[in-house]
Write a protein that binds this ligand. Structure first.
Ligand code: ATP
Length: 195
């Protein structure tokens, strides 16, 4: 099965563009969402995260995301340890999901691909970019987050130029109609490549 990575910085529009590919009949696996779901569902993950972060990691059965986010934001080691608990579970969940798909290719949306040197797990990679002021505005609106917080997250991520250089395709999502047209062209182009 051909796996196409869909990545981009915060608020670039990965999920929005993923929906466009879904409308072409391409299944989309959203790695961050599946990770969140597994962190709530898996007893093994829950036990290990409580060992790592303490009891505040969960509120009842639900992951205490703001608490974890505040802990890992300034502590790379803790982030690495958390990923070592969660990522293998997401990887095996993705493998099982992949076996069930019947389509010319699938898309895996992941905020982090190049940052973890995971590009070799994809046949092709699409990066979604958008102007920074638009991204900030969109996320402020979507998450009710502060400008400073979003800027700090952007600073923590690879720049668009670094991602573009390593990508097979780029979608510029400043204007949604333009981005949708680009998605349609990329879809056709991938179909041709894998024929
Ligand atoms: P994150 O990295 O935070 O998960 P993302 O890259 O998946 O974000 P989306 O959630 O798709 O980004 O988009 C962020 C917000 O911006 C959403 O509320 C979405 O509806 C909106 N949005 C996306 N693309 C556009 C666009 N071209 N024009 C206007 N709003 C948009």
């Amino acid at each position: 099965m051909i796996v196409v990575g869909l990545t981009g910085g915060i608020g670039s529009g990965k999920t929005t563009i993923g929906k466009e590919f879904q409308s072409f009949g391409i299944p989309v696996y959203i790695a961050d969402e599946e990770a969140k779901a597994l962190m709530n569902r898996s007893k093994v993950i829950k036990r290990k995260l409580i060992q790592l972060f303490g009891k505040s990691a969960y509120k009842g059965d639900t992951l205490n995301r703001p608490y974890l986010a505040s802990k890992i934001f300034n502590d790379k080691q803790l982030l690495v340890k958390m990923n070592a608990i969660v990522h293998p579970k997401v990887a095996s969940h993705f493998k099982r999901w992949l076996k069930k798909q019947e389509s010319p290719y699938v898309i895996k949306e992941a905020a982090i691909i190049f940052e973890n040197n995971m590009e070799n797990q994809y046949d092709y990679i699409i990066t979604v970019v958008a102007d920074e002021d638009l991204r900030i505005e969109r996320v402020m609106h979507r998450d009710n987050a502060s400008k400073e917080k979003i800027k700090a997250i952007i600073e923590n991520q690879l720049t668009d130029d670094e991602k573009i250089e390593k990508s097979d395709f780029v979608i510029v999502n400043n204007d949604l109609n333009v981005a949708k047209q680009q998605a349609a062209e990329i879809h056709e182009s991938i179909l041709k490549k894998i024929k």
